[in-house]
Design a binder for this molecule. Structure first.
Ligand SMILES: C[S@@+](CC[C@H](N)C(=O)[O-])C[C@H]1O[C@@H](n2cnc3c(N)ncnc32)[C@H](O)[C@@H]1O
Length: 385
């Protein structure tokens, strides 16, 4: 199968996790930039990354890249790309998103319209027609310009990959599913360890953990834009990729994944979402104030997204809430605590300096992912040793 360069955008700060995921699925990375990872793949990779990646935002086929300092450069550079290799003569094509950082060409709407005109010019020449009906399948294009270098990709995904299909109902301030998954993957948590989210809201963190524990690919129950592009990713390739993912599923496992929240309504949403995701049997949701947080186990993980203040609570109330989390955490037996927040007094309120903190952008909001590491469990003796 022909290889091509593929681009997977992600949340800023999560490039390393996405890179590991792509490597683990068997593909070589060619470039890592802020907010995206470029790798080498084929049609099978388009299907497999869309279906299996827990942390990517989408998968683009890189059509090309070039420098552009003027609108003419942008027009000519876009026209020089081999659009006809991807888009048939009845395809509907447009630049759905353009972003520009530290570059001379800046206005997204102008970038979009110049590129569209250039694509039409190119296609007129290659298809020898004057007008395009654009009555066929959609081919959305995404463009990033960074320091005057334009990178152009065709979006194979459609609805962003964080939309797994299980969160029909949302609660207040939900965390994106791919961000939740990436946070879990930044910790040493594994399916045989305890995971508690004391501020679980609509259940995103426990649900993503349960999907991982049961090896359920996040895209198993949805479709992607490129499933209509038979000439690029044939139906047989999609079928094989779904079959491969389906064979990996194992829900017949023991887990200790707990989701607590103070709000009954939100917990009803979490339970419904877990059911839709097919993991309700693997998670225990319960109404519980963080000041009552307890767990009898040892070496567990708290992975959580407490209220930040921006959206949910008055900032003055936050100190007490985080202090309560800190107090209860101290009472747990050798647990580790991981939390994402933009509350800058979080460590002070918890009463301990984090062992690590990592800057992550949750949309436009800068947050930190704090790690308070507990001791590791002793290594299990090998059976029959
Ligand atoms: C940022 S939201 C969590 C969102 C969640 N990660 C999701 O994806 O839906 C914070 C949650 O903390 C809950 N909360 C606020 N105060 C609480 C308390 N004292 N104890 C437990 N939960 C609390 C809120 O009801 C809210 O659902």
């Amino acid at each position: 199968m022909n290889t091509m360069e593929l681009i997977a955008p992600c949340h800023f700060g999560l490039e390393a996790v996405l890179k590991r995921e792509i490597n683990d699925l068997g593909y070589d990375i060619s470039e890592v930039d802020d907010g995206r990872v470029t790798f080498i793949g084929d049609a099978e990779a388009v299907a497999r990354i869309n279906i299996n990646s827990r942390t990517a935002e989408r998968v683009l086929i890189k059509v090309g890249s070039f420098d552009a300092y003027t609108w003419d450069d942008l027009f000519e550079g876009t026209k020089a790309l081999m659009w006809e290799e991807y888009i048939p003569s009845d395809g509907r094509f447009w630049v759905t998103k353009a972003s520009s950082v530290k570059s001379r060409l800046f206005s997204p709407s102008d970038i979009q319209s110049v590129m569209k005109k250039a694509m039409v010019e190119r296609m007129k020449q290659t298809y020898h027609v004057e007008r395009f009906p654009e009555s066929g399948t959609d081919y959305p294009v995404r463009t990033f310009i960074y320091k005057d270098k334009v990178t152009v990709g065709l979006d194979t995904t459609g609805d962003s990959l964080h939309k797994r299909g299980y969160r029909l109902l949302t609660a207040k301030a939900p965390i994106a599913e791919n961000l939740a998954a990436a946070l879990i993957m930044l910790t040493p948590w594994r399916a045989d360890r305890i995971l508690v989210d004391p501020f679980c809201g609509s259940g995103t963190i426990p649900i993503e953990a349960a999907l991982m524990a049961a090896n359920i690919a996040p895209g198993l129950n949805r479709e992607f834009r490129a499933s209509e592009w038979e000439q690029i990713v044939p139906a047989r390739v999609w079928k094989d990729a779904y079959d491969e993912a389906r064979e990996m599923v194992n829900t017949d496992i023991e887990t200790d994944i707990q989701g607590y929240d103070i709000d009954d309504e939100v917990l009803a949403v979490a339970r419904r979402n877990a059911e839709l995701a097919g993991v309700n049997k693997l998670i225990h949701f319960q109404k519980r104030d963080v000041s009552e947080l307890r767990h009898p186990g040892r070496y567990g993980f708290i992975i959580t997204n407490p209220p930040y203040g921006e959206r949910l609570m008055d900032r003055s109330e936050l100190g007490e809430l985080y202090a309560a989390l800190g107090r209860q955490y101290k009472g747990l037996n050798d647990f580790s605590l991981y939390m994402i927040t933009s509350y800058d007094e979080a460590e002070k309120a918890i009463g301990r300096k984090a062992d690590k903190n990592r800057k992550i952008y949750n949309g436009m909001l800068q947050t930190r992912f704090y790690s308070f590491m507990g001791p590791k469990p002793p290594k299990r003796r090998q059976e029959n040793a």
